[in-house]
Design a protein around this ligand. Sequence first.
Ligand SMILES: [Zn+2]
Length: 724
Amino acid sequence: MIAGKEIEIMDIISPDDFNSGRCFQLRGGSSATPSSSQSARKSFSNPFKSVCKPSSKDNRQNDFQNCKPRHDPYAPNSLVMPRPDKNHQWMLNKNCFPIVDVVIDPHLVHHLRPHQKEGVIFLYESVMGMRMSGRCGAILADEMGLGKTLQCISLIWTLQCQGPYGGKPVIKKTLIVTPGSLVKNWKKEFQKWLGSERIKIFTVDQDHKVDEFIKSTLYSVLIISYEMLLRSLDQIKNVKFDLLICDEGHRLKNSTIKTTSALISLFCEKRIILTGTPVQNDLQEFFALIDFVNPGILGSLSSYRKIYEEPIIKSREPSASEEEKELGERRAAELTCFTGLFILRRTQEIINKYLPPKIENIVFCRPAALQIELYQKLLNSQAVRFCLQGLLENSPHLICIGALKKLCNHPCLLFNSIKEKKCSSTCDKNEERSLYEGLLKVFPADYDPLLFTETDSGKLQVLTKLLAVIHELRPMEKVVLVSNYTQTLNVLQEVCKRHGYAYTRLDGQTPISQRQQIVDGFNSKYSTDFIFLLSSKAGGVGLNLIGGSHLILYDIDWNPATDIQAMSRVWRDGQKHSVHIYRLLTTGTIEEKIYQRQISKQSLSGAVVDLAKTSEHIQFSVEELKNLFTFHESSHCITHDLLDCMCTEDLTDDSLEKCAVSRHCQLGPQYQKSDSLKSLSMSQLKQWKHFSGDNVNLTDPFLERIRGNVSFFFQNITNQATAE
Ligand SMILES: [Zn+2]
C-alpha cells in the first residue's frame, strides 16, 4: 500500500532502462537505431510480392513501362536515394506499385558537394518516414554557408517529380516560411539551380497576394515571410501543402508564441526546420523544435521536463552528487541518440578545404598623438575614478567604455559627443559631463570634426594605406569594410570620397527591400564599387558578400559572433580569390582588452554565442573595469605580452631576423587550420605567426605597406596549399 492505494509490482525495470530514461518513452524499451541506407537496401532484396494482389499481366506491364526511374541510376556520379524497407512498403505501398529508384536530377548532382549529397539523403529519408517509422520531420542545423537552401531545393525538386512507389511524385505543393529579408533570396536560389522553366515559384509580397497562388495551378512552391504568414493564415490553411520548410527555424523556440501555433495549425506531416545554430543548448527550445517537426515524439512537455530536462540540469550544477551526475549524463546521451535520428548538424569546417586560402591578420595600430593625450585625460577623469571605486550607483562605465571606443576609431567622434552634451541643456548626467571635463582644450582651437585629418587616428592611417595598397596591387578585387557604428561608417565613407574610391553602403537604415539589390550589385563582376561599407549590426543572416575578397574589421564588438559572422560573409562557397582579413586594434587600449575577452571567454564556454547580447548585458567586476581602464602606452602588444610567448624576448640585433617566424610561433601544422566559425582561443593565437612592426621578415606586401604605423601583427593562413 502506498498513500492509500494498492500497488502491484508487475515487472522490474533494469537500471539501464531507468538511467537512460528509455523505460518512460512510449516506444518501450528498445533503443533507437537508425535505419542506415545500407540496411534499407539490403532488406529490399526480397520485397514481399506474395502479399500483393497479382495484377493482370497487361496492367503490370503498363506499370513497369511508366515506372522507369526519371534519371539513370547507373550513370556515373548518379545520386540514388535509398529504397524503402519492407516495413515501409507494407505501410505505404498498399497498391503494390513497383519500386522505382529515386534519382536526383544530374543537373543538380553536378553542383552538390559531398556533404550536401549526404544532407539530401538525410532529408529524403526523414520526410519519407524511413528513419523512424511514422515520423516525417527533420531538423537541418548546418552552419551558415553549407548550402541548406540547395539541399532543400534538391529535395523539393526530387519529391515533386519522383517517388519510390511506381515513380509517383511524393509531393505536389511546398510551403517555405522564412524571414522577410530572405524571401527574394530563396526565389533567386531556385532560379539559380533550376532555372525558371522547371519549377514555378510564388513569393508573397505587397503586390503578390496568397490568393493569386491559390487560384493559379502554375505554382508548386509558395515562399512567404513569417509576418505575412500570420496575416494570411486563413487562406493558407485552405491549401494542402505536402511539405513545410521553416527557414531560420530557431524562431519557433516557444510553442506558445503566435508564429509557432500558426504553423502547428497547418496540416502538413512532412516538416523541416532549418537553422544555423546548434539546437541543443536550451533544453526547452529544443523540445519546442523537436515537438514541431515530430509532434509528440518526446511525450508531453511536463514528462519531458521530468525525464530529461530536470535530471540533465541538475547534473550540471556544481553541487550535483555523483549519482545525479551519472543520471543526467545518461539521460542527455539517450536524448541525443534518439533525436539524432532526425537532426543533422555540420559545421563549416567540412567545406573549408574547398575554399581559397584565407589570410587572417590582427593588426595592432599605434595610436596617434592626439589619441594618446585624450585617452589619458579620459582615464584620469572623475567619472572613471568613480567607476573604479564603485562609488556611483548607476555606474557610468558604459559611457566611459563608449567614449574610449569612439576615441580609438577617431577623435572627431569623441569631439562630436562632447559637443552634443554641451549643447543639450537637459543633460543632467553629471558623470558624463565630468567625463568630458577639460577634453575640448586638448583639441585644436578651430577643430572641425567634418574636416578630420586621417593622421589623428592610428587605425584610420593604417586603413587608408591598406586601401591604397589593395587598390594598387589588386585592382580587380574589392573590399568589405565593417564597423559597428553608423557614425564611424560616416567617417569611413568620407575617407572613400576623399580618395575617390567608389563605394556602396548597407547599414541599419537601409530598407530591407533594397538590401538584396545592393548586395547583388556589389557581387556582380560588372560592379565598379571598390568598397562595401557594412554595419555589422545590419546583418541579416543570408548576406553573402563573396564579391569582396578583403575584409577589414575597423572596430571590435564584445560579441565575437558579430565579427565571425562578418568574416564568413566573405570566406565562403563561391569565393574565387584568396581572402584577406584585417582586424584593426589600437595598441594598448580598450580594444585589445575587448579582443582578449573575446578569445578567452568564448573559448572557455565553447557555447553558442547569442548575437543579441551586447555590452549592456555584460557584468564587470571592479577588477575587470580596472583592467579595461588601463592604458599600456609602452607595450607593442599587450595581447602578445599575455601569451607568455618567447619569440620577441631576445630581440638582439643578430637574432632579429630569426625571431618570430622561425621560433615556436609556427608549431604544428594541425593548428594552421582554424575553424572559421569557432572563435579563436589564446592558445591557438600562440600558434599564429607573430611579427613586431619592425620585423624585417615581412613578406606580405599588404602588411609591408602599413608596418610604419603598426606595432605588432598576428597572422594565420588557412588553406595555403590551394594556392591562387
Ligand atoms: Zn610570439
